[in-house]
Ligand binder design. Structure first.
Ligand code: ADP
Length: 632
């Protein structure tokens, strides 16, 4: 009396993809099913710490049946109740399925990354349908009275569920192989796949193997296919690159490549071993809510405890993958005990310190590799400057930026910037903005460019926020150059002051006129030495939000009182003199107002702001162009 259920829409789409997939590397279905089996044993083993009656000789079995053309993968792990079967395989319980489909859609259906995506988005079970016409799951929950249940599906929109008999707890997955996938019944094939993908699985993966005895009789013996070595407990020098690769794939469920492996063996106050990896590229799923919960895998004396322990690493290192195996945490730790646990805090401190020092080493010894890393993860790492007070100085030293005087894409560290500062420069100059092209076009750079200074470009959305904590580096203050008073330093100042005082007098009429035109739109109109080639620009007061910060708040739909800008005029620009002259000759000329409006809009554009009325701007500009050509 099987009951038929419908798959949820997304699962149906997913299955459709799997069933009709043309991807050549279907081997990964086995990696995924073995990983699920190992997870299930991890859970049972964890339960058995407090319920010793659940302890077993943990094992994963692969049983090919050549006559029946089926392959069975079974485990004696935690198993599932009927409801869990419905929730876990059939409904869209995991946010992963939808995200997976979206990622595939974005990449186009021909995506060769499918095998990687499958693992990363937690939809591994369904990959069974790449090789099977029909999949049966027989499962019984450990430590529960719930009856066993059989789930069957051909991957075509529905699945059947019925009560079943099963002697012991755990899960048996039987695949009725498609004709073209029958080579997965061969022992050599199975052992090859396990060797490649699942060697480090902590439980024996067993394949019953026929053996011819001396007296010519045949017996079947269990052969263990994997070495089951906990790779993080071994000597770093003994772990090969291939082993790292496959272990990393296992950790990230097949997500990309790693850039660097970090072995840690701590003794003394805190005893643990860890094997951490810096990824080579941002995984597709780093911004999934589920993924963010996951962190390093925590083991206690080789028993898997959780991969949901946020306390092991601070958020700004959330891209680090790996395993921590502690010898001094209690085995029966619960999530609650883990929080605020001083032992765990000590582990965290040691991990952070080690990761930061490895990054520093890489920055010094392998600068190109480090830059590659930084381009991917710098915007996450930088958060630490704001959030990890104790390590802020170290993280500042790791930060890198583009600058005005360097080619787009080229990065330098703050130390390199400071080392190259001319003697007359006392502060570290920077400018924030949306992207390089916009920042590089800012008139606020003119003075610095002309005087041989360099300016850091900060174009990550996170930069503004980080800069709130970045007051100094190497005892030098930071100065946002489009903010506050323009201060060229002692020597230049007296010269400039004179120029400005003179302009203030000479152009008093113009200032008064402009004040009348702009009214409330600006807080102040003044002359400054900031500009050398543009006629004017907009700046914000020292304490005010920068324009970039304002745009960020707006993007987050935060209401803000509109902050007023200061309009700065260039005292040496011919346009200023010409406008003053026109004002003297023809104070009522309508041209004056048109010029003023165009100048103001130009200044807005130059700082990357949208124009309040782009239509009016283009009308005015066209008009002025026509007049310039004498056509109007
Ligand atoms: P993931 O393993 O990434 O969560 P899957 O699609 O592979 O995604 O599996 C979905 C869920 O089904 C698992 O999270 C687990 O709860 C359950 N499951 C799968 N295989 C087993 C198994 N062998 N034993 C117990 N539960 C399993």
């Amino acid at each position: 009396m099987a009951q038929t259920h419908e798959f949820k829409t997304e699962v149906r789409q997913l299955l459709n993809l799997m069933v009709h997939s043309l991807y050549s590397n279907k081997d990964i279905f086995l990696r995924e099913l073995i990983a699920n089996a190992a997870d299930a044993i991890d859970k049972a083993r964890f339960e058995s710490v407090s319920h010793p009656e659940l302890a077993r000789e943990w094992q994963i079995r692969l049983e090919p049946d050549k006559e029946g053309k089926t392959l069975r993968i079974s485990d004696n792990g935690i198993g599932m109740t009927e409801q869990e079967v419905i929730d876990n395989i059939g409904t869209i319980a995991q946010s992963g399925t939808r995200a997976f489909l979206k990622a595939l859609e974005e990449k186009g259906t021909g995506a060769s990354e499918l095998p990687e995506l499958i693992g990363q988005f937690g939809v591994g079970f369904y990959s069974a349908f790449m090789v099977a016409d029909e999949v049966t799951v027989l499962t019984r929950k450990a430590g529960s009275d719930a009856p066993a249940v059989r789930w069957t599906s051909r991957g075509e929109g529905t699945f059947d569920l019925e009560p079943a008999e099963k002697e012991s707890a755990g899960t048996e997955i039987t695949l009725k192989l498609k004709p073209e996938a029958e080579f997965y019944l061969e022992n050599w094939k199975l052992s090859e796949i396990v060797g490649r993908y699942s060697d480090f699985i902590a439980y024996p993966i067993v394949l019953p193997t026929r053996k011819v005895n001396e007296d010519k009789t045949e017996t079947v013996e269990d052969r263990v296919l994997n070495s089951a070595k906990a790779i993080w407990l071994r000597k770093p020098s003994e772990v090969t690159e291939d082993e790292h690769k496959s272990f990393y794939a296992h950790l990230g469920h097949g997500g990309g490549e790693y850039l660097k492996a970090i072995h840690i063996s701590a003794e003394g106050v805190s005893e643990f071993k860890a094997l951490l990896y810096l990824p080579a590229a941002m995984p597709f799923n780093l911004f999934l809510p589920d993924f963010q919960k996951k962190g390093l895998q925590l083991y206690v004396r080789r028993v898997f405890i959780t991969d949901d322990c946020k306390e092991l690493l601070p958020d700004y290192l959330r891209f680090v993958r790996g395993v921590v195996d502690s010898s001094d945490l209690p085995l029966n730790v619960s999530r609650e005990i883990l929080q605020e646990n001083p032992k765990l805090m000590r582990i965290q401190k040691a991990l952070v310190s080690r990761v930061l020092s490895e990054l520093k080493k890489m920055q010094e010894n392998e600068p190109e590799t480090y830059k590659r890393f930084y381009r991917e993860f710098g915007k996450i790492l930088k958060e630490g400057i704001h959030t990890d007070y104790a390590n802020a100085e170290k993280i500042k030293a790791l930060a890198m930026y583009e600058t005005m005087n360097r080619a787009p894409g080229e990065l330098i560290s703050l130390q390199e910037y400071v080392n190259a500062m001319p003697g007359s420069q006392k502060e570290i100059y920077y400018l924030t903005g949306e992207k390089r092209e916009l920042v590089a076009a800012s008139p606020a750079l003119e003075y610095y460019r002309d005087h041989g200074y360099d300016v850091l470009f900060m174009t990550d959305p996170i930069d503004e926020w980080v800069m709130q904590s970045m007051l100094q580096f190497d005892k030098k203050n930071f100065k946002q150059i489009a903010k506050g008073d323009f201060d060229p330093g002692e020597e230049e100042k007296s010269k400039l002051d004179a120029v400005i005082a003179e302009a203030q007098k000479k152009y008093a009429g113009l200032i008064e006129f402009l004040t009348g035109v702009f009214g409330d739109r600006v807080a102040q109109i003044r002359f400054s030495g900031r500009l050398t080639s543009s006629p004017c620009c907009l700046v914000v007061e020292g304490g005010a939000l920068s324009p970039q910060m304002e745009r960020l708040f707006k993007a987050m739909h935060q209401e803000l009182p509109p902050s007023k800008r200061i309009l700065e005029l260039n005292p040496t620009h011919p346009l200023v003199a010409a406008m003053q002259a026109l004002l003297g000759r023809e104070p009522a000329s309508p041209l004056l107002r048109e010029y003023a409006e165009v100048l103001f809009d130009q200044a807005l554009l130059a700082e990357g702001d949208a124009l309040p009325d782009p239509g009016a701007f283009t009308r005015r500009l066209t008009d002025l162009l026509l007049k310039g050509l004498g056509a109007k």
